[in-house]
Design a protein around this ligand. Structure first.
Ligand code: CP3
Length: 342
């Protein structure tokens, strides 16, 4: 049975939209924190098929979302290309930086199957355990966003190291992006073959580039990934999420990658999306994650606004970015029942 999430990606619309949340498996859930403690480190959790599948299923059991997103991370791709990866407790990801010819030369041009196969195993296990109407999402980071971490070796405030390298050494930066395009497309194909019904490409930092650079480093690479995925799997469903991009940029990404769906952050004008995009692709979003912390009337109002603005269009209810760890679980319940009351 094909559930609502996939049906909206395939062209339908519903009065009550399907709903899931970015980062729905995560630290706001006590059962996640418990499994995470059992796994050891964050990377160990990502690469343990049983536990990764378990945490993927936790929010589905608790809330009955219309889609599950496989528990993994966008940095698994550079890790599988040989870049060292670890997470500093309370700080975030650390990678062995790739920022010059020498460090680029050490990067493999093949994904390490010993690493990626664990993600595929987690997907197969999850698929077997999910209710048939629940969609399963695989994902990768967009090359630009992954490159911002790879070049700096960590998350940065304004992605300056990658922006600077792209200006100073565009040929080297192009090589890094091209390597990520090939590896990401292969990883998405592997995920679909293992059971993912759709794949999402997260471009979290696409909002920091000038229009020319945005075209070169965001629009083209994401379109190339989508093209490669569909060359292998013609009916693959692709969702692109160019977070922070202006409406023109969002539209360029969606059109050039023939996206089935496009992620919308909370800054973006929803009514404008409906007018511009029509029914060409689904809009997925865009509740401000802070509304989920506020709760009460503010949350009800924010949910109602999202529903009203997207009414009559191909809409998948989601947040405008990942749920924050301090979010009360009751507020998630409140959001879901508000969305589903119709
Ligand atoms: O959405 C889901 O539930 C699926 C799993 C998922 C994670 N990361 C798990 C995770 C997904 C889709 C991601 C994507 C991801 N990872 C992005 C793009 C989307 C976004 O949120 O902007 C980025 C930029 C990353 C890189 C990353 N991973 C960072 C910067 C951090 C640290 C920030 C933080 O919140 O601590 C992570 C860690 C991470 N990835 C956690 C989770 C649940 C928290 C780690 C923990 O359990 O300690």
């Amino acid at each position: 049975m094909t559930g609502k999430f996939l049906r909206v990606l395939d062209g339908e619309k519903f009065d009550v939209p399907p709903v899931w949340m970015m980062r729905q498996a995560g630290r706001y859930l006590p059962e996640y924190r418990e499994t995470r403690a059992k796994a050891g480190g964050f990377v160990d959790l990502c690469l343990n098929p049983d536990l990764a599948s378990e945490v993927t299923l936790q929010p589905i059991r608790r809330f009955g979302f219309d889609a599950a997103i496989i528990f993994s991370d966008i940095l698994i791709v550079p890790y599988a290309l040989g870049a060292k990866l670890w997470f500093e407790e309370g700080e975030g990801p650390r990678l062995e930086p790739v920022s010059d010819q020498v460090s680029f030369g050490k990067l493999s041009d093949q994904l390490d199957q010993k690493i990626t196969s664990r993600v595929y195993e987690a997907l197969s296990k999850t698929k077997a355990a999910l209710p048939p109407e629940t969609g399963l999402i695989g994902f990768c980071g967009a090359p630009w966003t992954v490159a911002t971490y790879l070049v700096a070796g960590r998350g940065t405030e304004d992605q300056a190291p990658a922006r600077l390298l792209a200006m100073q050494e565009p040929e080297l930066f192009q090589k890094i992006v091209d390597r990520l395009v090939v590896a990401s497309a292969e990883h998405l194909v592997g995920q679909i073959k293992a059971g993912a019904d759709a794949v999402q490409i997260f471009d979290t930092w696409s909002g920091v580039l000038d229009p020319f650079s945005f075209e070169r480093w965001c629009v083209k690479p994401v379109a190339e990934i989508a093209r490669k995925v569909r060359a292998a799997i013609p009916d693959a469903r692709v969702i692109a999420f160019p977070k922070g991009a202006p409406l023109n940029g969002i539209e360029a990404v969606a059109k050039q990658s023939s996206a089935n769906g496009i992620g919308i952050d909370w800054i973006t004008n929803r009514k404008e999306c409906v007018v511009r995009f029509g029914d060409k692709f689904a809009s997925q979003g865009n509740l401000d994650p802070l509304a989920l912390i506020a709760g009460g009337k503010a949350l009800d109002q924010a949910v109602d606004n999202v529903l009203a603005d997207f009414k009559g269009s191909r809409h998948i209810f989601n947040l405008g970015h990942g749920i924050r760890k301090e979010t009360p679980i009751e507020h998630v319940e409140q959001m879901i029942s508000r969305v589903r009351k119709g």
